[in-house]
Design a protein around this ligand. Sequence first.
Ligand code: CA
Length: 226
Amino acid sequence: MATKILIIEDEEKFARFVEMELNYEGYQVTKAFDGRTGLELAETENFDLILLDIMLPGLSGMEVLRRIRRTSSVPIIMLTARDSVVDKVSGLDNGADDYITKPFAIEELLARIRTALRKQRIMPEGKLLSVGDLVMDTASRQVTYQGQPIELTKREFDLLHYLLENKNIVVSRETLLENVWGYDFEGETNAVDVYIRFLRGKIDQAFNIKLISTVRGVGYVIRDEG
Ligand code: CA
């Protein structure tokens, strides 16, 4: 069965070019030239991956991203303009898996598509992970503490997921970057510390517990109690 990719991009010539290249690689491509049509397609058909342009007329790429993420964890790669750091950061915060800056070499796009698809495949479906009173349901992507739901962004969820899967193992920042971010984050290893802080705010501080431990000079670990 062919891998299905949806491309939401208002520059029609560019969308057709990408479609042609993706077809050549064996992907089945559907195009949408505006956000609303793209969102409708994303909500009604099953795609394996979505390429989403940020600068769209009408419904913006960011809004399309937010709405898709309410119901779906389909891998999404954002297509951003050069130098729009804000778009990149808020895209990732809103649940994009990756972004690529235009103009890009088609080989780079293909590599990122393969990475995103591979990551999606290795995500276990419907598993419950827990430590103490904290429970993560990987199918519904819900996290609760003593039954109370904890709202996490996609990145926070993925980071917590990795730490829970590697319970009692100290994980380095580099390993986290590689497995949670999945690509070179331009040397910003402190991105890990920033997101650990977000998680601690939402879990450790919110419930007055000590979930995530820092192992100085090494990395982070979530340990079973006792
Ligand atoms: Ca555009």
